[in-house]
Design a binder for this molecule. Structure first.
Ligand SMILES: [Zn+2]
Length: 686
C-alpha cells in the first residue's frame, strides 16, 4: 500500500535490515540503565536520561535536538490524612519497600501524590461514590445524597476509561470539601490473583499516584493554554487555570481505604458499587470522619523533550514522528520505560538500514517527551509552539509508551486502519506466524479494527488540537503496579515481558510502520475506510436522537459523509492505478505526486474546526476527542454527541453544521487529489 511494485520489493528488503537489529540483550541493558533512580518531571535524573538518549541517538548517526519548557509542576511538601472519628487513625500516604525487590528500596521516591489539586486542609464526613463517574454522581443526586462539605471516597478506574481528574471535578461541582481516592482489590488487587511480589497484582500497600489535571478542558502547562511555556509567554494566575482541581485530593492504598470503610454507616451501596474488600460497603455519610492536609510546592520546573532525526531524501521537511514519554512516577520500568527501550530498538534498527543505504523520502524523527505523567506536558507545549509547522509537515504521530507481553492493541485515525492491518501481515509475533495472525486470533471471526483515540498519552495535542493523524499501538495486559513504587525492573523481569520477546516483536512492527510512512510514494491513507467507520458513528447518533430533534442535521451529516466516501473510493482507485505503473514514471511526475501527498495530508487536517468543541475550545477535532466526563475514553463525533447527551440541542445543531462543513472540506481535498492523480496517470500511460 503506497508503493509501486518495484519500490515495494525494495522497501521490504530495507525493512528486513531493520528487523534483524532489535535484540533482547540490548533491551535489557537499556531498561536497567533507565530505571536506576526516580525521574519524574522536573528532576535532574529526568534531564540526565534525556542526555542519555541524545547520546545514544548521536551514536546512531541521527541529528539530535533538545527542547526545554518551563512548566508549572507541583511537588509535594506535606501530605497527611487521618481518620478522626469514630477512632483516630493516621493513614499512610507512602509505600514500604518490598524486601524481595531491591529496586523498591530507593531514595527520592514521590509519596502517594496527586498532581494539580488544591493545597489546603479539609475535614468532613465520608461518602462513598464508587468510581466517581458522572453516572455514579448522578445516582447519588437522584437519591438526594448531598456532597456538600463532605469528603468523597472514590476508587480508581471504571469503564468507560475514566481519568482521575473528572472524579474530582464532579465531586467539587457538588460541593465536596475533599476527595480520597484508592485502588480497589476487585479492579487490580488480590481479587484478580496473587499480589506482588508473589504475583502481578497490587499489594495491600500499593498506591496509584497520578495527575488530576482536567485534561478534557486542556492538557499541558495549566498557566499557558494554547501557548508554549517558553520565555516571553505570559502565564495566567494559577487561580484562573481552569484545568487545576479546586479541592484537596489524597490517593491511598486499598489497605488504608479498608480502615475508612470499616467505619462507614448509612445504607449498603448498590450491588455494582460493592468492591473487593472483605466487608459490605456503605454509602455514609460518616460516621467515618476524615481530616486531610495536603501542601504542594507549585514551581516552574524544566521539562525536556529530545529528538533524533533521519533526514529525508526527497521531502526532508515532511516527517513521521515516533515518540513516547521518558518521565515516570517513580522508577517506571513498565510506565513508560518499557516502551522507550522498545522504541530505542526500533531506532537502532532504522539506523542500521540507513547505514546500509536506506534513504527515506521523508524524514523520520524519534522523540522522547518529558512530563507526560503530570499530564502531557512536554508534548503539548511542543505541539503548541510549532503548531503551524506541524500541521504543514507532520505526516503521522506514532505513540509508543508502556507495553508488556499480552494482546496487541491499536487505536488511531481510521484512515490508517488498512495500513495498520496490512503492515501487521509482515510483522513477527512471539507465538504466531505473524502479528496479523495473532491479532486475528484475539477476536476470531471478527474484522480487525482500530479503536478510536480519546486521551491518556502524548498523541493528544497532535490528534485533538492539530489534526495530525495519530496511532497508539502496542502489546499489553492488566497489571497491579501502575504508578506505584513497585513498577520496577525487578517486577518487569518476572511479570512484564520476561525475555523481552514482545518488546522485540513490537520494535519490528513499529519500525515497519515508520519506514513505510516515511518512504511511501503515495501516502497510504484510506478515507473510504474512515467514512465507513464514521457512518457507524452517525448511526449511533441517530439512535441517541430518540425524539428526532436533530433529524435533519443528522441526515445532513450522513449525506456529507456518504459523498466523502464516494470521492474517497474514486480517488483510491485512481491512486491504485498510478501505483500499478513503474516507479520511474511516478518520478517523472514528481510535482503531481507531491501535490497528491500534500492533499492527502490536508484531508485529515480538515477535520479540525478552529472554533473548537463545546465547553473546551482547545479540542478542535470534530471526529475524535476524550469524553468531557471520561478524560481517557473517546467520544466520537464529540461536537454533536456530547451536547446531545446533555440535552444542549442548540449547541448540537451548531456543531452539526460545523461537522458537515468539515466533511465537505475533506471531500474537496480528496477530489482534488483524485484529479491531480488522474492527470498524472494519463501522462504515465500516454
Ligand atoms: Zn505513561
Amino acid at each position: 500500500m503506497g508503493f509501486t511494485p518495484e519500490r515495494a520489493t525494495e522497501q521490504l528488503r530495507w525493512e528486513r535490515v531493520m528487523a534483524a537489529v532489535p535484540d533482547t540483550a540490548m533491551m535489557r541493558e537499556y531498561h536497567y540503565a533507565m530505571t536506576r533512580a526516580p525521574h519524574h518531571a522536573g528532576t535532574e535524573e529526568n534531564y540526565r536520561l534525556a542526555l542519555y538518549l541524545r547520546d545514544l541517538w548521536d551514536g546512531f548517526g541521527f541529528e539530535t535536538e533538545m527542547v526545554r519548557y518551563d512548566i508549572l509542576v507541583p511537588w509535594p511538601v506535606d501530605l497527611s490524612l487521618r481518620l478522626v472519628h469514630p477512632e483516630v487513625i493516621e493513614l499512610s500516604v507512602t509505600e514500604p519497600p518490598i524486601p524481595e525487590d531491591p529496586d523498591s528500596n530507593v531514595e527520592g521516591a514521590l509519596p502517594g501524590m496527586a498532581a494539580y489539586v488544591a493545597s489546603g486542609q479539609a475535614e468532613g464526613d465520608v461518602i462513598y461514590a464508587n468510581y466517581g463517574r458522572i453516572g455514579d454522581y448522578r445516582l447519588l443526586d437522584g437519591m438526594g445524597v448531598s456532597l456538600e462539605g463532605k469528603i468523597v471516597l472514590v476508587r480508581y478506574g471504571g469503564t468507560p476509561g475514566q481519568m482521575r481528574g473528572m472524579k474530582v471535578r464532579e465531586a467539587a461541582n457538588r460541593g465536596a470539601a475533599g476527595v480520597v481516592i484508592s485502588s480497589d482489590p476487585e479492579d487490580d488487587g488480590y481479587v484478580r490473583g496473587d499480589v506482588y511480589p508473589e504475583g502481578r497484582w497490587r499489594p495491600w500497600e500499593g498506591i496509584q499516584r497520578g495527575s488530576f489535571l482536567d485534561v478534557p478542558i486542556y492538557p499541558g502547562d495549566p498557566l499557558t493554554p494554547f501557548e508554549p511555556s517558553i520565555p516571553g509567554v505570559a502565564r495566567i494566575p494559577l487561580e484562573d487555570a481552569e484545568n487545576v482541581q479546586k479541592i484537596p485530593v489524597q490517593p491511598i492504598s486499598y489497605g488504608e481505604a479498608l480502615k475508612i470503610l470499616e467505619h462507614m454507616g448509612g445504607d449498603v451501596v448498590p450491588t455494582e458499587w460493592q468492591g473487593g474488600l472483605p466487608l459490605a460497603y456503605h454509602l455514609g455519610p460518616g460516621p467515618a470522619r476524615i481530616e486531610m492536609d495536603v501542601q504542594y510546592d507549585y514551581q516552574e520546573r524544566p521539562v525536556w523533550n529530545v529528538f533524533g532525526k533521519v533526514v529525508g531524501s526527497v521531502e526532508p521537511e515532511k516527517f513521521v514522528l515516533a515518540g513516547g514519554h521518558r518521565d515516570s512516577w517513580v522508577l517506571g520500568a513498565r510506565d513508560p520505560t518499557s516502551g522507550a527501550v522498545s522504541l530505542l530498538e526500533t531506532a537502532r534498527g532504522v539506523a542500521a538500514a540507513v547505514a546500509e543505504g536506506f534513504q527515506p523520502r521523508r524524514s523520520i524523527v524519534f522523540g522522547s517527551w518529558g512530563g507526560e505523567d503530570f499530564f502531557l506536558l512536554g508534548s503539548t507545549e511542543w505541539g503548541e509552539q510549532f503548531a503551524e509547522e506541524l500541521q504543514e509537515n507532520m505526516v503521522v504521530y506514532i505513540n509508543r509508551e508502556s507495553y508488556t507481553s499480552g494482546n496487541w492493541s491499536a487505536a488511531g485515525n481510521h484512515s490508517l486502519e488498512r495500513f495498520m492491518i496490512e503492515t501487521s501481515k509482515d510483522a513477527p509475533h512471539p507465538e504466531a506466524a505473524t502479528l496479523f495472525d495473532a491479532w486475528q486470533g484475539q477476536q476470531p471471526g471478527e474484522a480487525l479494527r482500530l479503536g478510536a483515540l480519546g486521551s491518556g498519552s502524548d498523541y493528544t495535542v497532535f490528534l485533538d488540537h492539530l489534526g495530525v493523524p495519530s496511532l497508539n499501538v502496542g502489546y499489553g495486559s492488566a497489571n497491579g503496579i501502575y504508578h506505584s513504587l513497585y513498577d520496577t525492573y525487578y517486577y518487569y523481569q518476572r511479570f512484564g515481558d520476561p525475555g523481552y520477546r514482545y518488546g522485540v516483536a513490537q520494535a519490528d512492527m513499529v519500525g515497519r510502520m515508520v519506514m513505510r510512512l516515511a518512504n511511501a510514494e503515495i501516502l497510504p491513507f484510506d478515507f473510504s475506510g474512515a467514512a465507513r467507520v464514521i457512518a457507524g458513528y452517525v448511526d449511533e447518533l441517530v439512535m441517541l436522537d430518540e425524539n428526532g430533534l436533530l433529524r435533519n442535521e443528522l441526515r445532513a451529516i450522513g449525506a456529507a459523509n456518504a459523498t466523502m466516501r464516494v470521492a474517497a473510493t474514486e480517488t483510491n482507485g485512481i491512486l491504485a492505478t498510478l501505483l500499478d505503473g513503474s516507479a520511474a514514471a511516478l518520478e517523472q511526475n514528481r510535482n503531481a505526486v507531491d501535490q497528491v501527498n500534500a492533499l492527502i495530508m490536508r484531508a485529515e487536517r480538515e477535520m479540525i474546526d478552529e472554533r473548537g468543541l463545546w465547553r473546551r475550545p482547545w479540542y478542535r477535532n470534530l471526529v475524535y476527542a476524550p469524553g468531557y466526563y471520561e478524560g481517557y475514553a473517546a467520544k466520537t463525533l464529540p461536537g454533536v454527541r456530547e451536547p446531545m447527551e446533555d440535552g444542549a440541542w442548540d449547541v448540537a445543531r451548531t456543531q452539526a453544521g460545523m461537522l458537515v462543513e468539515a466533511l465537505e472540506r475533506v471531500t474537496v481535498a480528496l477530489t482534488e487529489a483524485g484529479m491531480v492523480a488522474r492527470a498524472a496517470t494519463m501522462r504515465v500511460i500516454s
